[in-house]
Design a protein around this ligand. Sequence first.
Ligand code: URA
Length: 441
Amino acid sequence: MRMYDLIEKKKHGKRLTRQEIGQMVRGFVEGQIPDYQMSAMLMAIYFRGMDEEETLGLTLEMASSGDTVDLSGIEGIKVDKHSTGGVGDKTTLVIGPLAAALGVKVAKMSGRGLGHTGGTIDKLESIPGLGTAIGRERFFEIVNETGIAVIGQSGNMVPADKKLYALRDVTATVDSIPLIASSIMSKKLAAGSDGIVLDVKTGSGAFMKSLEESVALAKEMVAIGTGAGRRCCAVITDMDVPLGCAIGNSLEVIEAIETLKGHGPEDLAEVCLQLCAHMLYMGGKGDIKACYNMAKEAMADGRGLRTLAAMVKAQGGDDSYILEPERFKKAPFCREVKAGEDGYIAHIDTESCGIASTMLGAGRQKKEDPIDYSAGIRLYKKYGEKVKKGDVIGILYASKEELFDGASKKLLSAYTIDSKAPGDKKLIYARVTKEGVDPIG
Ligand code: URA
């Protein structure tokens, strides 16, 4: 069928067959289908949607559009984790080593930060010497020896997503559940793990602002994962406010270390324990409750921390930074940001915090921008806390003092202070498996 006919079909809300989807994805990657026709198709999918079978077909065709990773050279059950993104989300640095310490293999490919959200690879590269461009053989060796390695994406993986995402970005078709689900899951399937735990964020700082949309996205992704023969579940967690207190690369690594020592912020520790419990569950280590308790023990007795140190060393990094995090280079300048009135913290806008951190040098606007690893923010007042005018709500860190004025205004604008105490906020909402949705907490 011609691409014109496929667009016509989807425009009228008809199903595309697996063969038609395959022909379309291959034609687009090979350059036979021009951007203007694919843009029309994306808009038709945006309005007409795709059913579960079509979305699975699209995902599988995208996943096999380039290199795929065969992890059979690593012994045991390999479990991956993916977060739909946020600010202050350093969970991979905590739960990867915890899960590995408990016998699940974590062979993970992560990304860099862009815009107001951070990326695990940038955070890891703030550890002196640590390399994330590691060849496949050494990657497998490290996972077999230490249980975990985290590297950047290499080779030509999922070229269909690279091309489609760039087009979605400029055609206002990013926020479509079948398109988001196929984009994320094609990369997860290509990365080769047996099990996948999805951390689907919900709230003002997340892709999906409402719980309903987040559950719908989670269901779609879990259906794809299980439909492709993988073990897969999702946990819906809050991203209405930043997670933990640190935003910025080495600041977040230090907070992850504190969490692995059992002294991390409560919200971060709880999200990590829940996600790790689900990774262990996917790895066949027991029921969720037993897995949660195992994760808690490995946090309390330092096994997770020792596994992180072993991974850092194996990836060429200086592991003394993990055991003595005070060694991380400190930003030469810092500035306190103070509350302008008395009251309660009723909201902290996640995106504004991320932008303020980027303004300090912790993130990049364009792919090629350099990163200042020591720059960022530490929040001292979180959701629901009482403050008095003049109390320090956050401290900014940067290498240039002139960056403070703009960033402190941005951070202050993120805070809403109200005279009344706000209601309790949920941190973890639900678990989504192929069997259905169970509330958590
Ligand atoms: N992350 C992705 O990788 N793809 C999307 O479409 C949205 C978020």
